[in-house]
Design a protein around this ligand. Sequence first.
Ligand code: AVI
Length: 327
Amino acid sequence: YPMFDQSQYVDASFSVNFSFYEEVVKGLSTSQKTLPSKYFYDERGDRLFQAIMHCPEYYLSRCEQEIFESRQAKMAELLFSKRQRIDLIELGAGDASKTFHLLKYLLENQYMVTYRPLDISAHILFELAADLRARIPQLNIETIPAEYIRGLEQIVRQSSAPKVLFFLGANIGNMTKIEAHTFCRTLRSKLQQGDKVLIGFDLIKNPRIIQAAYDDQDGLTWDFNINLLTRINRELGANFNPDLFEHYCTYIPETGECHSYLVSLVAHEVTFPDRKISFEKDELIHTEVSRKYQRWEIDSMALTTGFSPVHAFLDNRQWFVDVVWEA
Ligand code: AVI
């Protein structure tokens, strides 16, 4: 992109911004326009997502919270040791609201753990580390601001301790099924035999419940989606008018996939530093998939990616599962 003067947009994460630009223009230059959902999470996106996690329709966080609050002893026993220090790696840790209770339990019960939260958002990791150091001063914590696999490779180079890897919050649902398989296979290749993973999956349930979770009454999910456009304006020098788009989502029960879109309300053009992108009236930008799973699909994913299923922690309503697999 020779006409794009990066120097105008340089900040602390210079190289990250360049691939952000490339991914955005690539996604908007195809006939079915797409934008990657991983870019939702700038500072405002983090805040909106936290608000979504507390809104009445978004049941996922409450289900997983329930699992973590009621099953700490069993999790500790299955995953950790009092004789050997274990690395607890959390991919996409966010504010670690679920892991917090388990970490407290582990330290109060003489389990030995080094907590290694990893997140694409350096901002949220900074806040997380400060918060955990204040609330659990005796905790060993090493933050890693990175994308999942690169961060995991970095940890594996630095520490040879046995590993427990957490991937919570149905983050795996933001991958297609094929991407999720590839991802699990890659995880397996970075781990040693006997290492464990705990992965949170949202389960297939009444479609109305799922649809509502991605289209809340207060419009938080709407703002969360639209925020991607304002982020692109600010960081990449585009001129999206957020008022010309609306949020739309649709859950497809046959596939278990909830798809989110931004819909262009009128025909118009958006200007980037080196190009114009045109939108037709009612044209869609696909922004996110949130995939829901059947229990058997999860077991079969473990087996086909080189793991053995060990245990499944379910909430009371059986809406959500945290599975434990062993490498
Ligand atoms: C982070 N991820 C698991 C959320 C989800 O449920 O797919 C992101 C989200 N998108 C809309 N609401 C929440």
